[in-house]
Design a protein around this ligand. Structure first.
Ligand SMILES: Cc1cc2nc3c(=O)[nH]c(=O)nc-3n(C[C@H](O)[C@H](O)[C@H](O)COP(=O)(O)OP(=O)(O)OC[C@H]3O[C@@H](n4cnc5c(N)ncnc54)[C@H](O)[C@@H]3O)c2cc1C
Length: 284
């Protein structure tokens, strides 16, 4: 439980962090809240030669709304996302999701950027970011780029992020009619199954839907069959029940571990898809 020896450096800006990261030639790691990286280092599953601390970079922290978009800095801790007035008023599914993460210690140190880069298959933010159609803002030696959440999460602990890049923010248009529903793993509070849903309803009819799933597969995905089944349906509980019914059965390669069997997870995907959809309906 003792990590390999490493150097520690503190970055003062995003440019400084990128320069320090480049100087390690691929052997360094960014350190944000440390709640995922440090346990891996203690198990020697990750042995960076240098840790570059980005936790005090002011430009990475904060939640702002501008030109119709909300931006959350990558260094913003889960507690600040959970308690943000902007998010609670304009896009409550985001603060609701953050409030379900871990315990107060985790929420006060862990960051949204660290969670996205780490990409634990049971992490909460990925499902929610799929449902609000967020863009992940990334900076690297080649400049700045934005990746849609739907393309960012690629496989187990694998995302569209190069070792010499840094996530700077996530950006999305606020969605009111959206909700997150989660089956908690009792000890850590990670998601055994977590579903986020957002609905576009006009004149009592569902015009569009986005449903993000975490916890059940190697990485977060959109439930496109559920989304398609909702479009054109009346905005009622019967429509959400019909769309959610086969959601779990339709999945391939469902996780099984000591917390839940494959069959149980499949059943819970349908149950929590229905709950997330009904939560979104209640906010229409
Ligand atoms: C007891 C416990 C319970 C938890 N429960 C939950 C839960 O219920 N739900 C949940 O979703 N998560 C949970 N977590 C994980 C938690 O949310 C972590 O905070 C998060 O996964 C990592 O964020 P961090 O800031 O601590 O990142 P770190 O641990 O500092 O970094 C993680 C990885 O991301 C990289 N990184 C960090 N910031 C950036 C950046 N801006 N750009 C590029 N790469 C970066 C690092 O180099 C490292 O590889 C739990 C953790 C613990 C310890």
């Amino acid at each position: 439980m003792i990590p390999s020896a490493f150097e520690y450096e503190r970055a003062t800006s995003v440019d400084d962090a990128l320069a320090k990261l480049a100087a390690t030639g691929g052997a360094g790691k960014l350190l944000a809240g440390g709640h995922s990286l440090v346990p891996l280092m203690k198990l020697r599953l990750n042995e960076p030669t240098t840790l570059i601390d980005i936790a005090r970079i002011a430009e990475l922290v904060g939640i702002r709304e501008q030109d119709g978009l909300i931006e959350i800095g990558a260094g913003t801790v889960h507690h600040d996302v959970a308690t943000s007035d902007v998010l609670r008023n304009r896009c409550p599914v985001v603060s609701d999701t953050a409030a379900t993460i871990g315990d107060p210690q985790v929420r006060n140190r862990g960051t949204i950027g660290g969670s996205l880069a780490h990409a634990d298959p049971a992490a909460d933010y990925p499902a929610m970011l799929l449902a609000v159609d967020a863009q992940i803002q990334i900076q690297g030696p080649g400049g700045v780029r934005a990746v849609p959440a739907a393309d960012f999460f690629q496989d187990l602990f694998t995302v569209d992020l190069a070792p010499d890049e840094i996530i700077t923010a996530v950006r999305f248009a606020p969605v009111r009619a959206a909700a997150y529903a989660k089956l908690y793993q009792r000890a850590s509070r990670f998601a055994i199954v977590g579903v986020a849903a957002s609905l576009d309803v006009a004149d009592g009819v569902i015009r569009g839907a986005r449903v993000g799933l975490t916890g059940a597969l190697s990485h977060a995905v959109r439930l496109t069959a559920v989304e398609a089944a909702l479009v054109g349906q009346p905005a009622t509980g019967s429509a959400t029940a019909a769309a959610a019914k086969g959601a779990g059965a339709a999945l391939s390669d469902v996780n099984a571990d000591l917390h839940a069997s494959e069959a149980y997870r499949r059943a819970m995907v349908s149950v929590f898809t229905k709950r997330a959809l009904d939560g979104a309906l209640a906010r229409v």
